[in-house]
Write a protein that binds this ligand. Structure first.
Ligand SMILES: *Cc1c(COP(=O)(O)O)cnc(C)c1O
Length: 451
């Protein structure tokens, strides 16, 4: 007899093309049927519990089925589910902007609403391009981005991304991007320590700015953490120096804080570590606590004013998304900010982050295949290598990270490594006993696969 779960799996595979998946892998590892969520836990129909250490793709901030966010959305649902956002408005969008302005880096005051991270990036790119066009610099038509960057999957966002796994095949239709060699602190080419290197590798960016600064409208970056690249972390000084270069060459700095924002790095925004303000900041993921697809491209009055003119001058930003400013998403986002403030989430997370990092280092650092352990906030990443001394990577054909993923699932832990980099990016509310469980399960899984 077929169990209910088996029946669901069959129906799922009949129709659903899952994201970022080789569907043939599902022949062996079936999709896991989740019935409900509670805090850091997900529960399947067959009664198994999974600790969501990746925050369901980095978006769940305050736990699944958080009572306060649930109630905020329920209340909004019975009031107004959606309204056209051109020429119409509503109180939750207004409240959200009022509250966000208080915590955003200085100068970010104008909000463009989109409905996913990639779209916020597209909006930011178009905004920057049009700004320069309308302020006497029509020669500024190009974009800069870092190697190994990730900014989403739409054509523009994919263009500025630098991870071949996602973009290689589409190269013929992608924009021609100026690619700056990114910092690589684990394999630092100068053999320096990122704590006091003064970001010597900024010299690559300098050269590119000298050569292309006058034709570039914006540099798009993931501040401090290149997440999809394998949770690569670089020091704030590098970010500070990028800000200086952007100022010098009249190039916008677009900070993609979609993954790093909302306390992930220990501060509200990664830019806060470097005490810089970008010209445009993109937010999503944690913005609604992982509840609703919504994103923002937040910018300055200076940029906004370059579009402010009599209608017939044709300077308006004619960008739109049907679900711009969706009230349900805004109500979730407002409640998230309230919870962060009222429940001291960042302070508690900072304390737990120290514990998490220490236990991970204790447990993993002596393993023969652990090359690097890096962390910022509650994000911790473990880079597996074939040889600690040479830092040579594991044979990617062996899919070691994927094998570890499967072992951890058996133990009730949702890890989902990036290649051979195991990482932890849990909801900010994770408690010590769950951290302990997760670390042990990850270590056991590692040992089962690599000895
Ligand atoms: C997830 C992510 C995106 C894309 O957001 P989507 O909502 O998936 O389109 C862009 N940039 C970064 C840094 C991300 O982590």
């Amino acid at each position: 007899m077929q169990t209910f779960t088996e029946e669901l799996i069959k129906r799922d595979l009949n129709h659903i093309w899952h994201p970022c998946s080789q569907m043939m892998d599902y022949e062996e590892l079936k999709p896991i049927m989740i019935k409900r969520g509670d805090g850091v836990n997900l529960y399947s129909y067959d009664g198994k519990k999974y600790i969501d250490v990746v925050s369901s793709w980095w978006c769940n901030l305050l736990g699944h089925c958080n009572k306060r966010i649930n109630n905020a959305i329920k209340e909004q649902l019975d009031t107004l589910e959606h309204v056209i956002f051109a020429n119409f408005s509503h109180i939750k969008a207004i409240e959200l902007c009022d509250e966000l302005v208080k915590v955003l880096p200085k100068g970010l005051e104008k909000f463009c609403f989109t409905d996913n991270g990639s779209s916020a990036i597209e909006a930011a790119m178009k905004m920057s391009f049009q700004y320069h066009h309308q302020t006497g610099n029509p020669q500024k038509t190009r974009f800069m981005a870092l190697s190994d960057a990730y900014h989403g999957e739409t054509i523009g966002a994919l263009s500025i991304g630098g991870v071949d796994l996602y973009s290689q095949i589409y190269k013929p239709v992608l924009l021609d991007i100026i690619r700056i060699q990114a910092p690589d602190c684990y394999r630092c080419r100068y053999g320096l320590n990122c704590k006091n290197c003064e970001a010597k590798c900024i010299e690559f960016a300098k050269k590119d700015f000298e050569k292309y600064g006058n034709v570039t409208c914006a540099l798009v970056i993931e501040p401090l953490v290149q997440a999809a690249a394998g949770m690569k972390i670089y020091p704030p000084i590098y970010l500070k120096k990028l800000r200086e270069l952007c100022d010098k060459y009249n190039v916008h700095l677009i900070a993609d804080e979609i993954a790093t924002g909302y306390g992930r790095t220990g501060k509200m925004f990664a830019c806060d570590h470097a005490e810089i303000s970008p010209d445009i900041m993109c937010l999503s993921k944690g913005l609604t606590g992982g509840y609703m697809p919504m994103a923002l491209a937040v910018t300055t009055n200076k940029i906004y004013n370059a579009f402010y003119a009599p209608y017939l001058e044709g300077k308006a930003f004619m960008h739109s998304h049907t679900y711009s400013g969706n009230p349900l998403a805004c109500s979730a986002a407002c409640e998230v900010l309230k919870i962060l403030r009222e429940e001291n989430i960042l302070e508690n997370a900072a304390e737990n982050a120290i514990y998490f990092k220490n236990v991970i280092e204790e447990k993993f650092s002596n393993h023969k295949n652990v090359g690097d352990i890096r962390s910022i906030g509650l994000i911790n990443a473990i880079e597996l290598v074939a040889d600690k001394n040479t830092k040579a990577p594991l044979d990617c054909k062996k899919r070691t990270g994927y094998q570890i993923y499967k072992k951890a699932l058996e133990k009730g832990v949702l890890l989902r490594p990036l290649g051979d980099i195991i990482y932890f990016n849990p909801p900010l509310i994770i408690q010590k006993e769950d951290m302990d469980y997760v670390i042990n399960a990850a270590y056991e899984s590692l040992k089962e696969v690599l000895g």
